[in-house]
Design a protein around this ligand. Structure first.
Ligand code: PSU
Ligand code: MN
Length: 307
């Protein structure tokens, strides 16, 4: 390695050269958000979903200190199967590179790297946000502050219901991050269709989202992201009663085992997947695939205009 600049996978280099639509994908979902062995299968399905819509997937992560936009299949497999892959937020990127680490990028790091690479659309499951009891722990995801100065569209199913959803929406407002529902004005709660809060804006088609991207570039005012909240249909959500029960248990375990910091999100997701006998996992996978499909449609509708 001669320097630490961003590397591009071959498929992404070709796509950039030919002006084809590209969708950024994160790797923390793969190494910390989903259990083995489903994580590898799902990572591949996400990429295929993007391709099926005529766009090119660019899964972002770090291999041996190289920050890569467009991991190849063997690299994705490495992040899915290796033990001890680091969870990288933006602040970790340079340190991890110097340490020649393998790392998975969070929503924050993936957004920042994607924007630096000129990619305007990113699909994930659910954003990080303000944790419950953040008034004591100060645990607020760097996803929020990073999105305040990163011009990208993040297609997600809202924020994980394990968070304080209301506080997260307040912080997004403060931080200048735009929020719109896809065909809804209710903010989704990840596993559940309705997270309990209204949002101001609704966008109804990939073309309308592409117009937002164009308007932002034309106006050249403000630098924040657009969060496009894409809820699951109600008949596909996790049963809300099962959800509430599992969440209450998970929060108790968290307190009992004194789990804090960046271990909180993977712990709670793992608890959901174990104690719902895979139901939450199936829902999580549906969320990601639906978001990847919508993000690809937006990238296709946007192709040719600046991010
Ligand atoms: N949403 C998911 N699964 C995940 C995450 C989000 O469905 O694994 C990851 C994302 O990478 C997000 C991170 O950026 O969790 C947030 O972690 P924290 O709360 O520690 O910032
Ligand atoms: Mn945190």
């Amino acid at each position: 390695m001669t320097d630490f600049a961003i590397r591009y996978g071959e498929h992404v280099t070709r796509a950039r050269r030919d002006g084809r639509p590209v969708v950024a994908l994160e790797s923390t979902i793969i190494s910390h958000g989903l259990p083995h062995p489903d994580n590898l299968r799902v990572a591949r399905e996400i990429e295929q979903t993007v391709r099926d819509q005529g766009a090119v997937p660019a899964t972002i992560g770090m291999i041996g200190g190289e920050l890569i936009v467009g991991l190849d299949d063997a690299q994705i497999e490495q992040l899915a199967l290796a033990q001890g892959v680091a969870k990288l937020s933006v602040r970790d990127l340079a340190v991890a590179a110097a340490r020649r680490a393998d790392g998975a990028t969070t929503v924050a790091a993936t957004s920042a790297v994607a924007a630096a690479a000129g990619i305007g659309v990113f699909a994930t499951g659910g954003l990080g946000g303000v944790h419950r009891e953040a008034n004591v722990t100060f645990d607020e995801s760097a996803d929020l502050t990073t999105l305040s100065n990163t011009p990208i569209v993040v297609v997600c199913a809202g924020v994980k219901s394990i968070l304080d959803v209301g506080a997260t929406l307040e912080r997004l407002e403060t931080l200048g991050v735009a929020v719109a529902g896809y065909r809804t004005k209710r903010f989704p709660g990840f596993f559940i269709t309705d997270g309990g809060f209204d949002i101001d804006w609704e966008l109804d088609s990939p073309e309308q989202v592409a117009d937002v991207i164009r308007a932002r570039a034309d106006q050249n005012v403000g630098a924040g992201a657009l969060i496009l909240a894409n809820p699951l249909p109600t008949d596909e959500q996790l049963d809300p009663e099962l959800h509430d029960r599992t969440l209450a248990e998970g929060l108790e375990l968290l307190a009992r085992d004194h789990i804090t910091g960046k271990a909180v999100t993977p712990f709670l997701l793992g608890h959901f997947h174990e104690s719902t006998q895979g139901q939450s996992l199936a829902v999580n996978v549906r969320i990601i695939l639906r978001n990847a499909e919508l993000a690809a449609k937006i990238a296709v509708a946007t192709a040719g205009s600046p991010a």
